[in-house]
Design a protein around this ligand. Structure first.
Ligand code: ADP
Ligand code: MG
Length: 228
């Protein structure tokens, strides 16, 4: 099927990336199109460049060479307000949940919303957040603190926080790396259902091959390249 250009959320063109301390390229000539409402897995062994690729897709780092297009517009890494774009359009989930221990579950989840809205919470925030909490099965946990939750619950809260600004794209770097297989599958199937119901796009890096069966597309990385 030929995809309409309007469906493309992020496009990478001939990306090369190295760090100051790495001799060789970490990413070599990566070209990739990520479309609306897709669940994509990036898999490959540790050190292959998965996180580096996600950082570029999430506009947290810039390539040495190549172009990044976000919503059909080329990113200017010097001039564009990248933190604004991230806050409005991108939700992040990491291996460790990074919830703030002195805030309740609800406050943790609302944090990106408050930042985006300059500390003001309007009533329209409430409807879909309640719905998301239900969807993730954490409505009954909102007044707890992170240390009062299991690992799987903490990660579902982190997922809710990533979703609170209704991002176009969710980037998850080993989101299940700290969970047992049952909780890992649970998180991924929640993400899959979310993508299906709400039309978000999600890109997940994992070395857990078993989870990739949930994906619409699986990209295998070796030596800084996508090999399929
Ligand atoms: N901030 C950094 N500075 C220097 N080298 C890095 C940095 N981040 C990652 N690397 C190196 O880049 C390579 C790819 O790392 P990474 O993208 O984290 O792989 P993965 O997520 O697949 O495990 C590794 O050799 C790693 O040591
Ligand atoms: Mg990694």
């Amino acid at each position: 099927m030929v995809k309409d250009m309007a469906d493309t959320i992020i496009k990478l063109e001939n990306i090369y990336k190295k760090y100051k301390t790495t001799l060789d390229w970490v990413l070599k000539d990566i070209s990739l199109e990520i479309n609306e409402a897709e669940l994509i897995f990036i898999c490959g062994p540790s050190g292959v460049g998965k996180s580096t690729l996600l950082h570029l897709v999430g506009l947290m780092d810039k390539p040495n060479e190549g172009r990044v297009l976000f919503l059909q517009k080329e990113i200017d890494f010097k001039k564009d307000n990248l933190s604004k774009i991230r806050l409005e359009h991108i939700g992040f989930v990491f291996q460790f949940h990074y919830l703030l221990e002195h805030l309740t579950v609800k406050e943790n989840i609302m944090l990106p919303y408050w930042v985006k809205n300059g500390g003001k919470v309007t009533s329209d925030s409430v409807d879909y957040i309640e719905e998301y909490l239900d969807f993730l099965g954490i409505s009954n946990l909102v007044s707890r603190y992170p240390h009062e939750l299991s690992g799987g619950e903490q990660q579902r809260v982190a997922l809710a926080r990533a979703l609170v600004n209704r991002p176009k794209i969710i980037i998850a770097d080993e989101p299940t790396g700290n969970l047992d297989q049952e909780n890992a599958k649970n998180i991924v199937s929640l993400i899959k259902n979310f993508v299906k119901n709400y039309g978000s796009t999600c890109i997940i890096a994992t070395h857990n091959i078993e989870l990739t069966k949930f994906g619409d597309r699986v990209l295998h990385m070796r030596d800084g390249k996508i090999i399929n």
